[in-house]
Ligand binder design. Structure first.
Ligand SMILES: [Zn+2]
Ligand SMILES: [Zn+2]
Length: 375
């Protein structure tokens, strides 16, 4: 758990301190509070971990800037170590650059440490209709992830057998080395058992000793209204399990939006292509047009041209952030009759005789209109 204490206070430095000041102060405090120098002193151990947490933020220019501007809230969502679950050796190995030299040779011997690691993130897809996008949905999804093996409960050991104690570290998982000329002992993970303290001879047949098998997982995800193709909804803690007690990774549910039969999407607007007859266009009409949530009356005024766009404010999709709705743009497509009755043909011939072909109005292009509408 991250502290709410002031990081500068924890490290006894000022807000204007240089990186070198911060490093110097942290090194000093880390030595002072090191658990090996304060055996059984939980207060010292807590101080030791707090210092590491503060140091990790203040030596990172971006994190420091966010912290300066917004305090602890500014660091939400940034990656960092959870020092409360780590032992001193692991914390030192995080800041190897700072302590590596001070510790002298020996501790970079390849021991990897028992550092808690967050599990991998996973990705899965969800397919939505435009109507789903308009309302938001809760949907059950199923996906497969590497999970704890149920045969061995994730231990990797064949049921009925047991792991044997590691000889190198006598089961502690750690080996101690003298640091800083014997001032205190450096504890690092045992290389023989990779910090486990035990070695698996009889591996679980279900997972070949890895402790992991692929498993199906079902869960309900909530997709907010207004999402776009390719956006992902993050489900916290539904990724793969962590290592050494580390937290699970996250699941990213990537949204795909099916093409709609009637509507196309432009950001938060939707566009409908609406065929009308040439008599409706010429004489005007009242038509019923489909919307995402039903239908609406629309008045086509007399002398409406092919490609005219009518805008129904607020009948588009909600904006993901603001919730404000975009518009519905209705593009009118004037259709010419494919068949005429004898009477209709005669009427049109009579009509044609009244027309002055020389002054036919120039019709603006369909795509120009669309561009104007979207622009
Ligand atoms: Zn297993
Ligand atoms: Zn060992």
């Amino acid at each position: 758990m991250a502290t709410q204490q002031d990081y500068y206070e924890i490290l006894s430095v000022s807000r204007t301190s240089t990186l070198d000041d911060i490093k110097r102060s942290y090194r000093k405090l880390a030595m002072k509070y090191h658990p090996d120098r304060n055996p059984g002193d939980t207060k010292a151990e807590r101080s030791f971990k707090l210092c590491a947490e503060a140091y990790e933020v203040l030596i990172d220019p971006e994190k420091r800037q966010r912290y300066d501007r917004f305090g602890h809230a500014g660091l939400r969502g940034t990656s960092g170590h959870d020092f409360s679950h780590m032992n001193a050796g692991d914390i030192f190995s995080v800041f190897e650059d700072l302590f590596g030299g001070a510790m002298g040779g020996g501790r970079r011997s390849g021991a990897r440490g028992r550092r808690a690691q967050r599990g991998h993130d996973l990705e899965t897809q969800i397919e939505l209709t435009l109507n789903d996008v308009a309302t938001g949905v809760e949907r059950e999804i199923e996906f497969t992830r590497q999970d704890h093996c149920s045969t061995c409960s994730g231990s990797g050991v064949k049921p009925g057998s047991a792991p044997i104690q590691c000889d190198t570290c006598n089961g502690s998982g750690q080996i101690a080395q003298a640091g800083l000329g014997g001032m205190f002992r450096m504890v690092t993970a045992c290389p023989a058992c990779r910090g486990q303290g035990q070695i698996i001879k009889d591996k679980c047949s279900g997972c070949h000793g890895s402790g992991r098998t692929p498993k199906k997982r079902k869960l309900v995800v909530k997709i907010p209204p207004g999402v776009h193709e390719g956006q992902a909804v993050r489900v916290h803690g539904e990724g793969e399990p962590g290592v050494h007690g580390g937290p699970r990774g996250d699941l990213h549910v990537v949204v795909q939006v099916e093409p709609h039969k009637l509507f196309t999407r432009e950001e938060d607007h939707v566009v409908l292509q609406m065929p009308i007859s040439f008599t409706q266009a010429a004489l005007g009409a009242q038509v019923d047009i489909p919307t995402l949530d039903g239908h609406e009356p629309l008045t086509i005024p007399p002398a409406t041209q092919h490609g005219t766009v009518f805008t129904l404010r607020g009948k588009g999709l909600p904006n993901l952030r603001s919730g404000r709705h975009g518009d519905l743009g209705v593009v009118v497509l004037v259709e010419i009759p494919k068949k005429l009755t004898a009477q209709q043909e005669q009427l049109l011939r009579d009509f044609a005789e009244t027309e002055d072909h020389e002054v036919m109005p120039h019709s603006r292009g369909f795509w120009d209109k669309i561009k104007e509408y979207l622009g």
